[in-house]
Ligand binder design. Structure first.
Ligand code: PEP
Ligand code: MN
Length: 355
């Protein structure tokens, strides 16, 4: 590691930082002729890096040396492929999660599930617990919503991705979900991430709309460090200055993450745009930037959706989006995962995979 110290430090201050390094099991040597550049060698432990980075006498760490985060891309290991039901994300696989913003009622959810599966989704999305900006807005059906999701999964044979907001609900949600979603508002809810690290399910971690890429990766690191290697990162748009779209899909972040981490990265054009008409083009932009999948909001009657109605795609438009995603994926040398068509067969396999 190479540290740059604050300028003009006095001898006792230099000695204190050298003593700390020694206590941490590190050897130190000043770069020739410099009192502010220290080469530090020893264990490649991120805890030591964090300790030194936060030290008041250290201006910055110029070179992390061999210290790696678990999320970091590693030339010596393959990309992580995350599997949930019949969905596969990463390693050349693209998967599409689709469904309404919220679970509304069972008949509707079943019909939507059949339809999105038929048109090429491998995961059904839909929140039972909804993080709403207004406490007066529809908050989701809670446990009833989870029960609906469990029956729809068994009936239709499609895996489920659904959000958990509260540590107290992790077990209940993980019992139903093939993939547990952490919403943008909870990306930095570290107690929740710690629970999800032990939940036994893959996690779809959405980027906070005010979070930097480095904070996003830090949140993912909580999951990996806590023992859950199955993490899919989801870019869902960050706050911009223009209200023409709800948020701004950060395709630069998708391109960057594809090189910076071995974890799969997907795009959510629905929450980024907030407008159904822009979703197909933004979905293509996400895939073109390197995304390993998409999550889109789809509704059988968008105008009746109880939340995020303006951004929900109709079934026909969703079908067209899948077709185009397949063509684009092929062009990019990737494959879009599909559900086998027999629902009984599929339900069995989903049950077996997560038995
Ligand atoms: C959602 O997926 O419905 C949702 C609430 O998304 P986000 O957390 O990205 O706002
Ligand atoms: Mn939504």
């Amino acid at each position: 590691m190479l540290l740059r110290l604050q300028a003009g430090l006095q001898d006792p201050q230099l000695e204190s930082i050298l003593a700390l390094c020694k206590d941490l099991g590190l050897t130190t040597s000043f770069l020739e002729g410099r009192r502010d550049l220290v080469q530090v060698d020893g264990p490649a432990d991120p805890r030591i890096l964090v300790r030194l980075e936060g030290h008041p006498l250290v201006r910055n760490v110029i070179d992390r040396g061999d210290v790696r985060w678990q999320v970091d891309a590693d030339p010596d290991r393959a990309e992580t492929v995350v599997t949930a039901g019949h969905a596969r994300f990463g390693g050349g696989w693209v998967s599409i999660a689709a469904g309404p913003c919220a679970v509304e009622d069972e008949a509707r959810m079943t019909a939507i599930a059949r339809d999105v599966k038929e048109r090429g989704a491998t995961l059904l999305r839909g929140g039972a617990y909804k993080p709403r900006t207004s406490p007066y807005a529809f908050q989701g059906l809670g446990e009833v919503g989870l029960e609906i999701l469990a029956r729809v999964k068994a009936d239709v044979g499609i895996g489920i991705v659904t959000e958990v907001m509260d540590t107290r609900d992790v077990d209940k949600v993980a019992a139903v979900a093939d993939m547990v979603q952490v919403g943008a508002r909870n990306m930095a809810n570290y107690p929740l991430l710690r629970e999800l690290a032990k939940c036994g399910r893959p996690v779809m971690l959405k980027r906070g709309f005010g979070a930097t890429v480095s904070e996003f990766l830090g949140a993912a690191e909580y999951l990996l460090e806590g023992g859950n290697p199955n993490v899919v990162l989801c870019e869902r748009g960050v706050r911009g200055f223009d209200s023409v779209t709800r948020d701004m899909l950060d395709v630069g972040a998708i391109a960057h993450l594809e090189t910076a981490t071995h974890l799969p990265v997907i795009g959510d054009p629905s929450h980024a745009a907030g407008r159904a008409d822009l979703v197909p083009n933004l979905a293509r932009a996400a895939l073109a930037a390197g995304a390993d999948g998409l999550m889109v909001e789809v509704h059988d009657a968008p105008e009746e959706a109880r939340s995020d109605a303006g951004q929900a795609l109709s079934m026909a438009r969703f079908g067209a989006l899948v077709e185009r995603s397949r063509a684009l994926a092929e062009l990019l040398g990737k494959r879009v995962a599909v559900c086998p068509s027999s629902s009984e067969d599929n339900a069995d396999r989903i049950g077996m995979e997560f038995a």
